[in-house]
Design a protein around this ligand. Structure first.
Ligand code: PLP
Length: 428
């Protein structure tokens, strides 16, 4: 049997390089001790209360404690079960469906970004998070929600009308008076579901006014903050009880992971959602949680870059001869602009576009682009587009020729020239 190769001393030890030093090892060790040995480390300060900007928090939150030799990134722990004898206490780790140390850094980071008082809860997907929040509505209860809510969230609510005798009232969320009227009409609402800007129509809701009214009406107020991201708006500070994310989109940001999250301040809501997650089992895998946290580290850069590009593209598209209509809250003429400017810190990176030539032209855009990826979803580093009504489940009030653009981080001029040539090509 061959002997195991000798381990080389690492370059930071007193024994390195062992064969060239003329100083005896004992003196070198003493020198290392007399110069202080391990340096005193500053205390870890990646706490939300530190007052750092969100662009700093995306980098610092959820790091392991700053100790000599500790990893900078949290490890991925792959274990479905934990050593556990006797009756477990409330905080004990027992089984990975109830919680793992690989979820926790992401849950802490998301809470820090949304300004939540307690760690977030991550779920297997954005839809699993949506379903968890909707599970708070009792049998026979009532939900008020935007008619242009993300279509699958709406589908889920409709399913609840069949299964749990829940009433769903759809509203134009940009029309504050209409939402107030819906809240006060009929039985007490259990849930006011808000999405702003909406997917794909980009309508902007007055979140503070609606959260106040929803609370006064006795409803849980939940905001799907996927489009804005916590860097664009913080619904808990505007009065919401619950924030929901499809982490799949901007937060993870690389179109390589499906994940969701819920953020709440209230302990009772957190307990209910955590119990739901543990029993329904729509949990995140550790790799997905880790990948999402890695993606989150560049959120500020990505969001800033893609929103700046989206603004430029929206402006150019507004005066393009082959474009009928552009919706983007950053355009001064957009119906949602003033509200977005007052409650958001950025206008996001989704543009809704209607090309001249109707449904056929809109559909043809997907095969005419070379750089933009014809694909569903949004919030990735790559720019993508799709005609939303290609899905039979999309709301019939979304125009048939509406194309949703998700602007990524590529070069502005490359994106523009590809879109411009595609818009021209589909007219021929
Ligand atoms: N909320 C919004 C606004 C979305 O756009 C989506 C997905 O497109 C979801 C929720 C659902 O998220 P997921 O696809 O991660 O289940």
């Amino acid at each position: 049997m061959r002997a195991a190769p000798a381990r080389h001393p690492p370059p930071w030890t007193a024994d390195y390089p062992a064969d060239v030093s003329t100083t005896p090892a004992s003196e070198r060790a003493a020198a290392a001790i007399s110069t202080g040995g391990a340096a005193e480390l500053p205390k870890a300060a990646a706490e939300p209360a530190s007052g750092w900007a969100q662009s700093t928090v995306v980098v610092t939150a959820g790091r392991p404690p700053r100790e000599q030799g500790a990893p900078v990134n949290p490890p991925v722990v792959l274990s479905s079960t934990y050593v556990s004898a006797g009756v477990p206490g409330p905080g004990d780790r027992v089984y990975a469906r109830y919680g793992t140390e690989t979820w926790e850094p992401l849950e802490e980071a998301l809470a820090a970004l949304e300004g939540a008082a307690r760690p977030g809860l991550i779920f297997a997907s954005g839809m699993a998070a949506v379903a968890a929040v909707m599970s708070l509505v009792p049998h026979g209860g009532r939900i008020v929600m935007p008619r242009h809510t993300y279509q699958v969230a709406l589908q889920h609510a409709r399913e609840l009308t069949r299964r749990s005798a829940i009433t769903v009232d759809l509203v134009d969320v940009a029309d504050t008076d209409a939402v107030l009227a819906a809240l006060s009409a009929g039985p007490r609402p259990d849930l006011l579901w808000l999405e702003s800007p909406t997917n794909p129509m980009l309508e902007v809701a007055d979140l503070a006014a609606l959260a106040t009214a929803g609370r006064a009406a006795g409803a849980i107020v939940a905001v799907d903050n996927t489009f804005a991201t916590p860097l664009g708006q913080r619904p808990l500070a505007l009065g919401a009880h619950v924030v929901v994310h499809s982490v799949t989109k901007y937060l993870a940001g690389h179109s390589d992971v499906v994940l969701g999250a819920v953020l709440v301040d209230d302990a009772n809501l957190a307990d209910q959602l955590s119990a739901y997650r543990g029993t329904h089992g729509a949990i995140a895998g550790p790799w997905e949680a880790w990948l999402a946290l890695r993606g989150l580290r560049t959120l500020a850069l990505r969001v800033h870059r893609s929103a700046t590009t989206a603004q430029q593209l929206a402006e150019r598209l507004s005066s393009h001869a082959d474009v009928l209509e552009v919706r983007y809250p950053g355009l001064p003429g957009d119906p949602g602009h003033d509200r977005a400017a007052s409650q958001m810190t950025g206008f996001g990176s989704v543009i809704a576009l209607r090309p001249r030539g109707g449904l056929d032209a809109a559909e043809a855009l997907a095969s005419a682009v070379r750089l933009w990826v014809p694909a569903t979803s949004l919030g990735g580093v790559e720019s993508s587009l799709e005609r939303r009504r290609r899905f039979s489940t999309e709301s019939p009030t979304v125009p048939e020729d509406l194309v949703r653009l998700s602007v990524g981080i590529e070069d502005l001029e490359d994106l523009w020239s590809d879109l411009d040539q595609a818009l021209r090509a589909v007219q021929r």
